[in-house]
Design a protein around this ligand. Structure first.
Ligand code: DGT
Ligand code: CA
Ligand code: CA
Length: 572
């Protein structure tokens, strides 16, 4: 299907016209047609061949001609005309959040802004703020967004772990099939489950390194080989331009290399210091006493030789884990398969893709024993939030489904907006009928957020506070909120805080989650799934919980149903 491709060209014409300050109605026509074509279930080429282009909503004869020209010649003259006088660097500025084409046009015309450098300059010298309608606040916001943009591009680019995970899993599946590979593992920040990674590190054990390397560089996920040595290969991956380093090892050094290349660097430095005190030298080949190798096959062997317990990769950040491991007092971390249910999910009732029944049957197959349905409330109109009557209907539907379910329970919930005054979006009479209530802020990120959250936490009907900081790793800092105060209130009211496991949120993050747990606040790890596929993010949330030193009994969705119900039961 070439629908997306055609839609993107129409969007580009619209952007180009906007950037040149053209007439508003024409531009809207291109955007509208683009939006319709993007979501068409049928192939645009087939529609064209059947002579039905103008039957598409929003496609008049003018736009139809341009699509025809493109499908038959591979060119769109109009696009070339429009982009002739607009430098590509101006289009690039559209990638900056909250900076629209009209503003860019204004900056271009009035201040001669042509690219990102110019933009930064006019913000810093104050001329940006002086333009009518912009001002200091906007300048500050745009500067913040430029920072996010630069972190997502450029040579120091970092990737969210969720962006790379699906590709990594494909590669690991290939390695699993390979006959010349005996053992393999991720290493580096990926194995430590950091929220972002700079590159992908993989180690393999093989007795036939040449063959293994040859096989590896022919994997379909690989775009380009950067360097192919005898023990190390570096490649770029397709789709996401990320580098992957693979190291090939003999059995006797596998553990030492895994330890070394898993890092973190600070953790390794600490271990090396300890080793020296014991008269040992430790490097990526093994542990040595004088010239003699005394350990190296496995990480456990090395940790034990240094007089300590095995330290899980997620803890290896030199944040006190080495000291505890020496005393045999590492925390008993939550495990990836401790999770018994997902308590933050959306269905077709609001902005999800699946029915309640479909989600429940998927969750059961996934190995869960319960599922919480938490569609949006009316205030979240953009997400097709539920009115009171919809929620009543949903409650009845869930009751009926539960009658026919064995060893599985669907829990009735809502993700209620926390309103500007801190109240929830449904009347008490209906909240009463639910098993639990998630509260969340979806608008007014800078307006009174702390007070609103505190008020919501005081509400006897609220069970869980969702994504407490509102950040998106790739694009926004989140709410203006005093998290310290929110945690104090959550503790006082015995409420639960969410670790939202969606890869761009991971909110609470590892530092906040560790603090919350130390305060004795219970947590809930949820994926905020809007379809089946999004259940896979649960592992990222567990990874964050492990990095936050959290045991399973601090996480409510590791409990069996009866115990969970006891915890979420309304107090008073
Ligand atoms: P990243 O890729 O920026 O997300 O972070 P890492 O931790 O994966 O770092 P990376 O890929 O540069 O190196 C992987 C591991 O290898 C790192 O965690 C520790 C180890 N390592 C790399 N270079 C050095 C070094 O110069 N000294 C020490 N001690 N360890 C290193
Ligand atoms: Ca790395
Ligand atoms: Ca690396």
């Amino acid at each position: 299907m070439r629908n997306r491709e055609v839609a993107d060209l129409l969007f580009k014409i619209a952007d180009g016209l906007d950037l040149s300050g053209e007439n508003f109605f024409k531009i809207r026509a291109y955007r509208k047609a683009g939006n319709v074509i993007k979501d068409l279930p049928e192939d645009i080429e087939k529609i064209y061949k059947d002579g039905n282009l103008t039957n598409i909503e929003g496609v008049g004869s003018g736009i139809a001609k341009k699509i025809e020209e493109y499908l038959t010649t591979g060119k769109m003259t109009k696009l070339e005309e429009v982009t002739k006088d607009v430098p590509e660097s101006l289009f690039n500025l559209l990638n900056i959040r909250d900076l629209g084409p009209r503003t860019i046009h204004l900056l271009h015309k009035k201040l001669g802004v042509n690219d990102l450098q110019d933009l930064k300059k006019v913000i810093q010298n104050g001329s940006f703020s002086e333009i009518e309608g912009l001002g200091d606040k906007k300048a500050e916001k745009i500067l913040e967004n430029i920072k996010f943009y630069e972190e997502r591009t450029g040579k120091d680019r970092r990737f969210t772990i969720g962006e790379v995970m699906p590709m990594v899993e494909e590669i690991l599946a290939n390695l699993k099939k390979s006959k010349s590979v005996k053992r393999f593992s991720t290493a580096g920040s990926l194995r430590r489950m950091k929220e972002t990674v700079g590159d992908i590190d993989i180690l393999i054990e093989t007795a036939h390194s040449e063959k293994a390397i040859k096989e590896f560089i022919s994997f379909p996920e690989i775009k380009k080989v950067l360097e192919a040595g005898k023990t190390k290969v570096s490649v770029m991956l397709k789709d996401i331009d990320i580098q992957m380093d693979i190291r090939v090892l003999p059995a006797e050094s596998y553990g030492a290399a895994l330890l070394y290349f898993t890092g973190s660097k600070d953790h390794n430095v600490k271990l090396r210091g300890l080793a020296i005190k014991k008269g040992l030298k430790i490097n990526e080949y093994g542990v040595f006493k004088k010239e003699k190798m005394v350990a190296g096959k496995s990480e456990k062997e090395i940790y034990n030789l240094l007089g300590m317990d095995f330290i899980p990769p997620e803890l290896r950040e030199n944040r006190g884990e080495v000291e505890l491991a020496l005393e045999g007092k590492l925390p008993d971390l939550i495990d990836y398969n401790d999770i018994k249910g997902n308590l933050h999910t959306h269905t077709k009732y609001s902005d999800g893709k699946n029915s309640i029944k479909e989600l429940a049957s998927f969750a059961k197959d996934f190995g869960y024993s319960y599922l919480g349905i938490t569609d949006h409330s009316a205030q979240a109109a953009y997400a097709n939030g539920l009115k009171e009557d919809d929620l009543k209907k949903q409650i009845d539907e869930i009751d009926a489904l539960n009658e026919n379910l064995k060893d599985f329970r669907i829990l009735k919930g809502t993700e209620s907006d926390i309103l500007p005054d801190g109240s929830l979006d449904f009347k008490d009479e209906i909240l009463e009928k639910l098993d639990f209530v998630i509260g969340a802020i979806h608008s007014g990120f800078k307006k009174n957020v702390t007070r609103r959250m505190e008020k919501a936490l005081e509400n006897p009907y609220l069970t869980i506070l969702a994504h407490p900081t509102g950040r998106l790793i790739s694009s926004r800092v989140g709410y203006e909120v005093d998290l310290e105060k929110v945690m104090e209130k959550a503790k006082e009211e015995k409420k639960i805080l969410e670790i939202n496991a969606y890869y761009d949120r991971l909110d609470l993050n590892e530092f906040n989650a560790r603090e919350a747990n130390e305060k004795g606040i219970k947590l809930c790890i949820s994926t905020d799934a809007h379809n089946f596929d999004m259940f896979k993010w649960m592992n990222l949330g567990v990874g964050i919980a492990r990095r936050a030193w959290i045991p399973s009994n601090s996480v409510i969705n590791t409990y069996v149903l009866a115990d969970l119900l006891n915890i979420i039961k309304r107090n008073g």
